[in-house]
Design a protein around this ligand. Structure first.
Ligand SMILES: Nc1ncnc2c1ncn2[C@@H]1O[C@H](COP(=O)(O)OP(=O)(O)OP(=O)(O)O)[C@@H](O)[C@H]1O
Ligand SMILES: [Mg+2]
Length: 456
């Protein structure tokens, strides 16, 4: 009994320290404890209620129901005289038996203050969302895609048409062909253009981190995780576009999770219990052969067909060399120089002959380099980067290579005879000496010269 009293004493001390109004009844519905805040909120004094049956003093009380049903009741609105408050009620268990119930009250003015704070926080969240939206803004539109090549124009037409739909898009093409440029332009043309465009480079993020980058995590989801949790890129891109760059580098287990999100339209944070609705348009890009990866079981077939609803294969620059002069002109225009640049015909010819393994990115870098190398307003062969000059020269010497063994023999004969005659001279004496050196008769030398159509 002494211990019971001591316990009650402790409890009284504790509930006094609580900021909300508290009332506790025992299993018979008799009020055992209240704190001062309860009196402040409801106007009921200790001496009026302690030791008495709750329904006797407060006929409208619902706490006895909780005692009976064992069910928690939350946010119950109560109004008594001019007092308004909200009550949460819960049963108290001991050894899985209900031994009482507790009622926790919050006055409306206090709730009002809290909701004011909540509104302020919401406003802040809104501002932050806008700021995030500004960071994740697409810069390019379709008008930034230069080139009149028919194949490219068809692709742009198709891309514009599907921009406004919510279909997933797969953009393929070599490095530097403009995959991201297309992705941004599609987003800008879509109804989502006021919402974020969030790019993720699946190859640049270590696979162990990619999942938490994409989906985020709840607080304390794992050791070393940030205490307050993390918002994932999916959530950041909500209502906008998520650009999954280099999707061919996404680990298989994550591909399965991505597929679930695309199919269900919901996702769950790491360590989270709640499924969250998400409305994100997916544009994926890769320079890998995904179909081949599917065959080698490196890429999930179901995901492949899910993202491949629309496929935009961007041609390489070498497949649309006709665009080179226009792109070069546009790159020069976009340079921040006031000077007007001329580009020599020869240079354009070299640029047209080169293969551009790095596509438009390489062409851009080359022109920017050349512009910076010039002292006057004209770009000449001299201003091109060494790599291009060397490759160009190598290609030149490779021109007209012998086609057959016969041609090769002819070419070698011609070279051997010409090299020897250069040494000996072309007089009759010289020819005799050359025939000697080559180990053939003078008549045979004359024959060969005639065959090779060499007139000396
Ligand atoms: N048709 C085009 N007209 C003008 N500029 C272009 C065009 N295509 C690409 N570019 C420019 O070339 C550069 C490379 O483009 P982008 O980054 O979109 O290529 P990518 O295909 O995503 O390359 P990677 O596979 O290496 O990521 C960018 O500076 C882009 O603005
Ligand atoms: Mg890219």
């Amino acid at each position: 009994m002494q211990r019971e009293n001591k316990k009650i004493g402790w409890l009284e001390g504790i509930i006094e320290a609580v900021h909300d109004g508290i009332l506790v009844i025992d299993r018979d519905g008799i009020v055992q404890l209240i704190n001062e805040e309860y009196t402040n909120i409801t106007g009921v004094k200790r001496e009026q209620i302690i030791g008495r049956t709750l329904v006797e003093v407060r006929p409208g009380a619902q706490l006895p129901t909780v005692l009976k049903t064992g069910k928690v009741m939350e946010g119950v609105f109560r109004k008594e005289k001019d007092m308004e408050y909200v009550v949460d009620m819960a049963p108290i268990y001991e050894n899985s038996e209900i031994i009482g119930a507790v009622s926790i009250c919050k006055s409306i003015p206090e709730l009002y203050e809290l909701s004011k704070e909540l509104r302020k926080s919401k406003q802040r969240v809104n501002q932050l969302e806008k700021a995030v939206g500004l960071i994740h803004r697409a810069r390019y539109t379709f008008s930034d895609i230069i080139g009149g090549n028919t194949h490219l124009r068809k692709l742009i037409y198709q891309a514009k048409k599907i921009s406004t739909s919510n279909l997933s898009i797969l953009i393929t093409g070599e490095s530097g062909t403009g995959k991201e440029l297309f992705a941004q332009a599609i987003h800008q043309e879509s109804t989502r253009n006021a919402q974020p465009f969030v790019p993720v480079n699946c190859a640049a993020i270590p696979s162990a981190l990619l999942e938490s980058e994409l989906f985020g995590y709840e607080e304390g989801a794992f050791t070393n995780s940030k205490k307050e949790g993390k918002i994932g890129l999916f959530e950041l891109a909500n209502k906008g576009t998520l650009f999954l760059d280099e999707i061919g580098d996404m680990p298989l287990d994550l591909q399965a999770k991505l597929l679930r999100v695309l199919q269900e339209g919901t996702f769950r944070k790491i360590g989270g219990l709640k499924e969250q609705q998400i409305d994100v348009r997916i544009i994926a890009a890769t320079n890998k052969d995904l179909l081949n990866m599917v065959q080698r079981e490196r890429f999930r077939e179901d995901l492949y067909y899910r993202i491949n609803t629309v496929h935009l294969p961007i041609p390489s620059l070498r497949q649309r060399k006709d665009d080179i002069p226009e792109i070069v002109a546009s790159i020069i225009r976009n340079q921040k120089h006031i000077r007007e640049f001329q580009i020599e015909e020869d240079v354009i010819n070299i640029l047209m002959e080169y293969d551009w393994p790095g596509n438009i990115r390489e062409l851009k870098n080359t022109i920017n380099y050349a512009v910076n190398m010039t002292d006057n307003d004209s770009i000449t062969y001299e201003h091109l980067p060494e790599t291009i000059k060397v490759l160009f020269l190598q290609n030149k010497t490779k021109l007209n290579p012998p086609q057959s063994l016969e041609a090769l023999i002819k070419e070698t004969e011609r070279k051997a005879i010409m090299d020897t005659l250069k040494e000996t001279g072309v007089s009759v004496k010289g020819k005799k000496e050359a025939a000697n050196k080559l180990g053939i008769s003078l008549a045979s030398l004359y024959n060969k010269l005639a065959k090779l159509q060499i007139n000396l």
